[in-house]
Design a protein around this ligand. Sequence first.
Ligand code: P1T
Length: 383
Amino acid sequence: MAFATTAIHAGQEPDSATGAVAVPIYLTSTYAPEGLGRNKGFEYARTSNPTRLALERNLAALEGAKFGYAFASGMAAIDATLRLVKSGEHVVVSDNTYGGTFRLFKRILSNYGVEFDFVDTSDVHNVEAAIKRNTRMVFVETPTNPVMIVTDLKAVSDVAHAAGARIVCDNTFMSPYLQRPLEFGVDIVVHSTTKFLNGHSDGVGGAVVLNHEEDANWIAFVQNSAGAILSPFDSWLVLRGTKTLALRMEQHDKAGRAVAAFLEDHPKVGKIYYPGSPSHPQHELARRQQKGFGSMVSFDVGSLAAARAMLEAVKLCTLAESLGGVETLICHPATMTHASVAPEVRERLGITEGLVRISVGIEDTDDIISDLDQALNAVTSGE
Ligand code: P1T
């Protein structure tokens, strides 16, 4: 079945009890068994819930995976995935990830004996060089948040597998509509469903999808044992979101390209980060690996003062963290999403004080561009 059909139907047969076409929100914490040891597949709602299960099947199908697990947030999904690694083992990570991922690895998981090395995974040789005897996982984000570095998933998967390590890809920026990492050899895909999968900025959630049965059993065990589950209502919101994922991503992609082209020509804009621009260093790789370029665009306006002037002048675009919703959101990574990354690391990655990140929504594209234009024109040349 094609993607748009899978998105609407996978995991969502009409309800067996009532025929309800939309999956009901099962607001129950527990289930009455028919007798001791005889239940209908559900015992306690931390372990499993029919609404969450429908979403988990839906997300697995969208990524072309056998197993899916929904978590309370993208960070909870990433945390659960890292439970596949034990104390004394080593993980190679893309050096530019979402700030929260960096914080979880560096500030929390490092305290439990897991070793992390952060490298620029856009060059597969850096990954090869960072592999150690005890490397058990390679974790990549592509394109990265917020400077849009693209990693060759096939090449890095081969290197990881040759070393006996799993490769995990955070596919939040692309969504499975624009990129399906498992097709390139990636073992595990993680998502913040808060973003494009939900698509309406009304719920926080995360997901892990994979094919390897033993690892899947462990993720399910962690999900049940640590309990960072997605609620039935939030599961339902994401299910509603994925029904329109194909349509939304088509428009996000179109609008992203138009906004990037507009910014590229604007005199107040310096460097622009968008894999769809022919000037992007991995433009060709992005073309091969992705079905489109998406709607995340970052650009440098030169200084904190200029960024502030612009961000305070937008009217239609909303100054806020997060991304992937129908509405255009704009933010300042250095002080918002990536504030937990050390200043020298931010500087090296290009997360300067003048960097602005935009998640282009699906409002009328001309309206978005007019708003950006008037906000950029509010930046005076001294700033
Ligand atoms: O916010 P949460 O659902 O826990 O997801 C974390 C996360 C994981 N991976 C990527 C690539 C992300 O972008 C995020 C969250 N990012 C933002 C909130 C942001 O504005 O960038």
